[in-house]
Design a protein around this ligand. Structure first.
Ligand code: AQP
Length: 438
């Protein structure tokens, strides 16, 4: 493995003394270095052999769907399943932090009971997929208040021009990709809340708070990781220029091969939890017959002739071929899959896709139901455990950030340390006495 010059992750000894915040390249000796075949990891700046922090969050806006699963959650589980390195005394190579982004999810207006249920259901879904709180720390974002604090500090280096060019707020309020703050009509301005516009700043705080090296995400989130890198650079150069080492390292997005699973009913849109049409998505907890029904109903086309892959002219059919490729982790290209099945009817293709999804999600529904039926104890324990680990890491980062920026820490003086257990009156008295005696 070769690591090019430049700043690399803090746990990595290589190139540590170089103080460049720019992106560098790493080459890998073997495919084993990659989380799994087909994963794109370009221009990595850290040494994968050292302990890497991997972080990813999901919004608890409903039960995860096939897009969330293929784009992110399956990866989470694969990281967890990676065997610890014998050379490191069985110490796992990765520190895994997975979270429920419930502060982000406040963007979606919901009744409080439904919100609580969604958080519990999303957490249960992760457990049902096989994520184990003893291996992967699974925390709830709002239970670690440092996320919001770091977001505010990062807001001071976040440019509204950059945020204005990002696509997510445009998607969510339903304006075109070429919309800008200047040409928004009054109604769209009203719809665009500050939390949606500044969503990427909170996402950057999520990542930087844990000094994550790798962030597995679907394609829709990759521009947010790029923005995070930009904020990390801006913070380092604004506040930490005089320090020996930068405060933040630059995270890398890991894009899943399943970049963008599309909506089954509107294949020009991505599959989404919050889309009102439930037939547009396969939930990871759907029963086999429900999966078959939704795939059978998926919008395709009436093109006569052989099966072909062309996302432009045949978006529905192409989406099904892509799903087939990713669910089965086929090394073939989508064109090759289409060619191999050229004489298969659309009905035949749908049946094939449905059966592969049923196989892939086998057992998830049963485990999910069992967890939801058993009461809150297991889920609450897992949340508490995840929060404990996350809070400890977050607290360390925020101490460093406050000091770097010049904000007082939680204890501002030795005197306040003495105050533990004393009432404010007693302490004031004590300070006055000390002053009088000097
Ligand atoms: N359709 C998709 N294809 C591939 N990956 C996807 N992801 C989401 N949709 C797809 C990835 O799943 C992870 C968790 O997503 P999220 O819930 O944090 O945010 P999101 O991208 O906004 O997901 P949804 O399902 O569309 O939720 P709503 O409707 O609530 O906004 C992320 O890594 C994401 O890339």
């Amino acid at each position: 493995m070769r690591v090019a010059s430049g700043w690399v992750c803090p746990s990595c000894s290589l190139a540590r003394s170089r103080r460049s915040f720019s992106s560098t390249t790493t080459t890998f000796k073997s495919p084993r270095d990659l989380p799994y075949e087909g994963t794109k990891r370009s221009n990595l700046t850290h040494d994968i052999r050292s302990r890497t922090t991997i972080l990813s969050l999901i919004q608890p806006t409903g039960i995860p769907h096939l897009g969330n699963y293929l784009g992110a959650l399956r990866r989470w589980k694969e990281f967890q399943d990676e065997k610890p390195s014998p050379a490191k005394n069985r110490r796992r190579n990765h520190m895994l932090l997975f979270g429920l982004a419930d502060l982000h999810a406040l963007n979606l207006k919901q009744d409080r009971e439904l919100r609580r249920l969604n958080i519990r259901q999303t957490y249960a879904s992760l457990l049902a997929l096989g994520l184990d709180p003893r291996e992967s720390n699974m925390f709830v974002q709002s239970q670690v208040p440092e996320h919001a604090e770091l977001m505010w500090i990062l807001s001071n280096v976040a440019s509204t021009g950059y945020l204005g060019r990002m696509t997510q707020w445009k998607d969510k309020i339903g304006v075109g990709a070429d919309a800008s703050m200047e040409n928004l009509d009054e109604k769209s301005r009203e719809k665009l809340k500050l939390s949606l516009f500044s969503y990427p700043v909170l996402q950057a705080a999520d990542i930087l708070l844990y000094k994550a090296d790798l962030v597995p995400v679907g394609e829709d989130q990759s521009q947010h990781v790029e923005f995070t890198r930009q904020l990390a650079r801006a913070f380092n150069s604004t506040y930490a220029r005089d320090l020996k080492a930068p405060v933040f390292t630059l995270p890398e997005a890991i894009l899943s091969p399943a970049k963008r699973v599309m909506n089954l009913q509107q294949p020009e849109k991505k599959m989404s939890k919050s889309d009102p049409d439930v037939d547009g998505r396969i939930l990871i907890t759907d029963e086999p017959d429900e999966i078959r029904r939704k795939i059978k109903k998926a919008k395709t086309d009436s093109v006569v002739g052989p099966l072909t892959y062309d996302p432009e002219t045949r978006p529905g059919v192409s989406n099904l071929i892509e799903i087939l490729k990713h669910v089965t982790k086929s090394p073939q290209t989508c064109q090759e899959i289409a060619e191999e099945n050229r004489n298969t009817t659309l009905g035949g293709l749908k049946a094939l896709v449905a059966e592969e999804i049923v196989k892939e999600l086998d057992g998830v529904k049963e485990r999910y139901d069992a967890l939801m039926a058993e009461g809150d104890q297991r889920i609450e324990f897992a949340m508490w455990y995840g929060r404990k680990v996350a809070s400890s890491k977050a607290g360390n980062t925020m101490r460093q950030v406050r000091e770097t920026v010049g904000l007082p820490g939680p204890e501002t003086s030795k005197a306040l340390k003495l105050a533990v257990g004393a009432s404010p009156d007693e302490l004031w008295e004590k300070l006055n006495t000390t002053k009088a005696n000097t």
